[in-house]
Design a protein around this ligand. Structure first.
Ligand SMILES: C[S@@+](CC[C@H](N)C(=O)[O-])C[C@H]1O[C@@H](n2cnc3c(N)ncnc32)[C@H](O)[C@@H]1O
Length: 402
């Protein structure tokens, strides 16, 4: 009897293996929906980036961009999106008015396709204008529903071990509509892994990349940031200029998930390596009044693998003296928000305006919260765009060169 069973198994083994292989391929190619979260005002740029990555089923909402992809989209979007905050995997959306409805509909989702049986499940939540307003209760119900689903799927009667990879689930409820997602990024995408030092008011890397992307700069042109601080804008510009994936030097949460095979990450890294253009010459200068910050910027650039690609120097903006006839100035000067700083920043803006008036072919981009910026700069901006630097509302003043 046992012999017959063994013979049968050997006979059918190729079919069994083929079936397992096909199932694996099915999971790899199944469409998934990803959510790239974006700071207020940056949704449009994040959308462009998603489309540049080749995803065309894209929907923009407040603070997020949803797009359809296959499994490789998890690795590619985490590696490449320069201006998004993080990438989440949409698990499901439904209406819920009672805890029972929340539990049942959460349990109905195929969590076992993503979460391993020893996965550590951490649920975070938010609720707005909804019947289910107690966030801690919603979190614990979602966790119970997922655990219950996994226990059934993995035939486990006891507690789940939760000693393995980490899965951060978010339950977000808005007007009784529940969105369940899992964070694939881990730390926010602004953490590129190169910032070893910083000044008092460093820009988030994602915002710095957005400031560059909002200009028409291309790497054939010179670029100067005369308020470089820890160097975020010049470093992000150099990464853009050489088409280096911003996530190349870091890890992501979903790399630990068995459900996103290593080959997916390896292929995405290989693609990033192929697309990087390390031979692209760059003419990028970062300067700042502070010696100490210039040293920090140099170290950050080193850490980003840019070595001497960006030129750094200590200089007051009052001494700015671009060599080329045409180029781009992108800067995030002091805003004068502290007591007594007003006169200092007005002088900075005036000097910048006076100097750049002699360079009509240069395009100038300045982000500040200072309301009378244009008055002191001495010229109305060609275009203004509202942007948030953290919680500070700023304007991005754009002067297009001739
Ligand atoms: C808002 S911070 C810029 C932060 C920078 N974007 C970063 O990511 O670290 C403004 C910078 O302007 C510099 N600064 C202040 N007065 C200056 C001046 N007169 N000339 C040049 N830089 C000046 C400060 O040292 C500071 O680093």
């Amino acid at each position: 009897m046992a012999y017959k069973a063994l013979a049968g198994l050997i006979l059918f083994m190729p079919y069994i293996l083929w079936d397992v292989f096909l199932k694996g391929m099915e999971t790899l190619s199944q469409p998934i929906t990803l959510i790239a979260t974006a700071a207020m005002g940056l949704e449009g740029i994040v959308k462009n980036e998603v489309q540049e990555l080749g995803y065309d089923q894209v929907k923009t909402e407040n603070g997020r961009v949803l797009f359809e992809s296959d499994l490789s989209g998890i690795a590619r979007s985490n590696l490449w999106l320069r201006t998004a905050d993080r990438v989440k995997l949409l698990m499901g959306e439904f209406d819920a008015y009672t805890f029972d409805q929340l539990f049942e509909q959460t349990k109905a989702l195929p969590w076992e396709e993503w979460i391993s049986k020893d996965g550590f499940i951490h649920v975070v939540g938010k609720s707005h204008k909804s019947k289910l307003y107690s966030v801690p209760d919603c979190q614990s119900i979602v966790k119970k529903a997922i655990v219950s689903r996994l226990q059934e799927a993995y035939h486990i009667n006891s507690r789940l071990e939760e000693s393995g990879a980490r899965y951060k689930v978010e339950v977000a409820i808005l007007k009784d509509r529940v969105t369940l997602s899992m964070d694939t990024s881990g730390s926010g995408l602004h953490k590129r892994g190169y910032r070893v030092g910083q000044g008092d008011a460093p820009l988030k890397e994602t915002l710095a990349a957005a400031l560059v992307k909002l200009t028409n700069w291309s790497p054939e042109y010179p670029l100067i940031d005369p308020f470089a601080g820890s160097g975020t804008i010049p470093i992000e510009a150099a990464l853009i200029g050489q088409n280096i994936a911003p996530g190349f030097n870091r890890e992501f949460s979903a790399e630990e998930w068995g459900s996103v095979p290593n080959t997916i990450w390896e292929q995405a890294l290989e693609e990033a390596e192929d697309l990087a253009n390390y031979d692209q010459p760059l003419d990028i200068i970062g300067s700042d009044i502070s010696h100490e910050l210039v040293d920090i910027a140099k170290q950050n650039a080193m850490e980003a693998g840019l070595a001497d690609l960006v030129k750094w120097k200590q200089m007051r903006v009052q001494d700015l003296n671009p060599k080329e006839e045409k180029g781009y100035l992108i800067g995030n000067p002091p805003y004068g928000e502290r007591m007594g700083e007003q006169e200092v920043v007005e002088d900075i803006y005036q000097s910048l305006g006076r100097i750049m008036a002699s360079y009509p072919k240069w395009s100038v981009y300045v982000m500040t919260s200072y309301e009378d910026f244009e008055e002191h700069y001495g010229q109305k901006a060609t275009k203004k765009r509202k942007l948030f630097n953290g919680f500070i509302r700023t304007d991005y003043y754009q002067y297009f060169g001739k």
